[in-house]
Design a protein around this ligand. Structure first.
Ligand code: SF4
Length: 735
């Protein structure tokens, strides 16, 4: 039996795993006791990874050969890799020649490794000359990115997991940590046990399992976070709970914000947020007056039409009270996916460039062009996730390459997304699993490696970079994403006017050496940047274990022997010196007024719909859906409603109801829940076509909760409002 150290592929906690294998079979998994994220623990999903890996192969849900579909709706036939990639290169080259580089787009995933992301970014922005490269991380973390950049100057979460034990007050906002980041929740429970004086405040419209450890739960009305935070600042000012010396020395823009929050009185906050003024006062007192306050936040803050304003309004509170840059204090966004951070680091989004450079900055574009050896990087903004599929639906984007994600289930407003996929002239889907809804729209299906087979790196929520190592060979003809993309890129390079003297993709394909060369190229782009990782060679990560960034060359000297020694070479906590990543070193207060949700409840659609995760499922279930025991917790789709609403509508547990929005309708069982307040409802995001089908408002067959959600997004982060739609719920009339 062989043990291989790697990383869990599910969530942004980034737990270390040890994969047990015999020959080409993964036989077991256990937590890595030396990994600083989890110290040997794993949650239900992580501890069953080995079972899902073998189930996927035995149930034949893996995609094992490149497959070409000559006609939409027909069966796909297997083709050799060379033929598949030549077909793709021909089609992309023709569309680019006829309609320009912005007629193609790439939609990738926070599940990809950093090396995969890097090659995609270079292909789109360096070789083709389009910024149409976006990711499902847009649905996950882009409001956190924009919030950090607007206030602290850089997309860098300033805190670390070790801060849990030093926090005297923990603010958990829009995060069901107990289910979505279970191992972090265990660490929070440990910290609470070690320090019973620690206060925990949970802010969430739902009373989730996370509330079980809360001293105070503020069940605010959906989308009212900015009003709550402004009201807290109003109170802090009134009570003299701010830190004027810190504000004067380390920040700018406070006066304008002070004027904005003047009207956010406790009575006003109570009315808008639906909470008692006394609860607001208590939460504010704890935040401002605790020796150290740490905020943890996630999708409830991010997936909103005012996601950036929410993030920034919370960070405002940390700046106003000097609750930042010291042990146990600071804003700390939790990453949903395992490598949303790594994707941001390589600039794998439509508005970003390598190493936290901005596409809108001409100097940054010139730096990246020089690093890649291309004449330029185009200035025209790329299409972000929602915009990309809308552009495809409008016929503006004609070819899409989709990797490691399932937009035909995960994107809001499914009817438009599916229309976009149907209208596209050429769709490539690069996937490990043959079962996703998006596969049905592919002209070309390319088999990808997945957990247990992949090689590279990922970055977790606390800026910690871990190695991902293969325990078994790739099954069938599956290839690493970076390798297939670099192979395609080289073929496309030969068909396009030259942008560089030599090849832009000189990597040894299908070989770990190729992935390591990509990593080294990426490291070099970070030299002198805020996330400088020039010190983090793979050799050092192998001997010193996972490391946080920044970790420049002169800071990183590895020990002589391994395996993971737990030596910490990077920076655990940022801004301890009070110098921020802005041009003048001062953090900026962000001044944005409260805006309600985009689609308010009304007489026709009188319920708020919230969406989110279950404890034991992941995304569209392509992996977790192969294992019966992961259905033990929640076996079937259902809509949760408040008991009072159900009584009023004469509904009982298990009754079938029709949930409809302006975009579509679903039929599913209802269940009374004390988790959701009056006029609210909740449906989990995981259930796809085989579990939960419905109809769009124009009669198309669609599936999953995103049949109901809307494509409205935050104007700054372009992150869609997946956490709120107005719906109607009625007893289903069955034929
Ligand atoms: Fe995997 Fe996240 Fe569970 Fe850790 S907490 S084992 S990273 S799913």
């Amino acid at each position: 039996m062989t043990d291989t150290r790697s990383t869990c592929p599910y969530c942004g906690v980034g737990c270390g795993v040890i994969i047990e294998s015999e020959g080409a079979q993964i036989t077991g998994v256990r937590g890595d006791p030396e990994h600083p994220a989890n110290f040997g623990r794993l949650c239900t999903k992580g501890s069953t990874l080995h079972l899902t890996a073998s189930a996927a192969v035995t149930m034949q849900t893996r995609l094992l050969q490149p497959m070409q579909r000559l006609q939409r709706g027909s069966a796909a036939a297997s083709v050799p890799w060379a033929q598949a990639l030549d077909v793709a290169a021909d089609r992309f080259a023709r569309i680019i020649a006829d309609h320009g580089p912005d007629a193609v787009g790439f939609y990738v995933s926070g599940q990809l490794l950093t090396e995969d992301y890097y090659v995609f970014n270079k292909l789109a922005k360096g070789l083709i000359g389009t910024n149409n490269l976006d990711t499902n991380s847009r649905l996950c973390m882009s409001s956190a990115v924009a919030g950090y950049k607007k206030t602290l100057g850089s997309d860098a979460p300033p805190s670390c997991y070790d801060d849990f034990k030093d926090a005297q007050c923990l603010f958990i906002v829009g995060s069901n940590t107990a289910w979505a980041h279970p191992i972090l929740f265990r660490r929070i429970e440990d910290a609470r046990r070690a320090n019973p004086a620690m206060k925990i405040v949970v802010i969430d419209p739902r009373r989730t399992d996370t509330c079980e450890i809360a001293d105070l739960h503020l069940a605010i009305q959906p989308g009212t976070d900015v009003m709550l935070f402004h009201g807290m600042l109003h109170l802090m000012l009134r009570e003299g709970w701010t830190q004027p010396a810190y504000i004067a020395r380390h920040t700018s823009g406070f006066d304008a914000l002070e004027r904005t929050v003047r009207d956010c009185t406790p009575d006003q906050v109570a009315k808008v947020c639906g909470i008692e003024p006394s609860a607001l006062i208590e939460a504010t007192r704890l935040f401002a007056n605790s020796p150290s306050t740490l905020s943890l936040y996630c999708m409830g803050m991010n997936q909103s039409s005012s996601g950036t304003a929410k993030n920034a309004a919370l960070i405002n509170l940390h700046l106003a009270t000097a609750q930042i840059g010291k042990p146990g204090a600071g804003p700390f966004s939790l990453t949903g996916q395992p490598n949303a951070m790594g994707g941001r680091e390589v600039g794998g989004m439509a508005n970003l460039l390598s190493a936290h450079r901005d596409l809108a900055n001409a100097g940054h574009r010139a730096e990246v062009a020089a690093l890649w050896g291309v004449a330029d990087v185009p200035a025209a903004p790329g299409k972000t996730a929602i915009e990309m599929f809308q552009a495809a639906a409008d016929g503006e984007i004609r070819a899409l390459w989709i990797s490691c994600t399932n937009p035909a289930q995960s994107m809001p407003d499914q009817a438009t997304v599916r229309r976009a996929l149907e209208r596209c002239e050429f769709v490539v889907v690069q996937e490990a699993f043959a079962t996703t809804a998006t596969c049905a729209y592919a002209d070309l299906l390319l088999p990808a490696t997945t957990w247990g087979e992949k090689v590279g790196t990922v970055t977790n929520s606390e800026r910690r970079i871990s190695r991902v190592r293969p325990a078994v060979p790739a099954p069938g003809a599956a290839r690493h994403d970076w390798s297939a993309v670099a192979d395609f890129a080289t073929r496309l390079e030969a068909r396009l006017p030259r942008r560089a003297p030599g090849t832009l993709f000189p990597y040894t394909l299908d070989d770990p050496a190729g992935a390591q060369a990509i990593w080294n190229e990426h490291r070099e782009t970070t030299r002198g940047r805020d996330l400088d990782i020039t010190g983090l060679s793979w050799a050092l990560l192998d001997t010193a274990g996972p490391q946080q960034w920044p970790c420049p060359e002169d800071q990183a000297t590895g020990p002589a022997t391994g395996p993971a020694t737990g030596r910490s070479l990077g920076k655990a906590r940022l801004y301890e010196d009070g110098v921020f990543a802005t041009p003048d070193g001062r953090a900026r207060f962000h001044n944005a007024a409260y805006q309600p949700v985009a689609e308010a409840r009304d007489e026709r659609f009188p319920f708020s719909l919230n969406t989110g995760r279950l404890r034991d499922q992941w995304h569209g279930m392509s992996r977790t859906g192969t294992l019966g025991r992961l259905f033990g917790h929640v076996p079937e789709p259902l809509v949760q409603m408040n008991g009072q609403d159900m009584a009023r509508l004469q509904l009982g547990d298990g009754d079938l109801v029709q949930v409809s929005s302006r975009r579509g309708a679903l039929v599913l069982p209802v269940r009374a829940s004390t988790e959701v307040g009056p006029h609210q409802s909740f449906i989990a995001m995981h259930w796809g076509e085989e579990y939960l089908s419905g109809q769009s408002s124009s009669g198309e067959r669609i599936a999953g909760v995103n049949a109901l959600t809307l494509p409205v997004f935050c104007p700054d982060s372009k992150q869609p409002e997946l956490k709120h739609a107005a719906v109607r719920i009625l007893k289903a009339e069955l034929p």
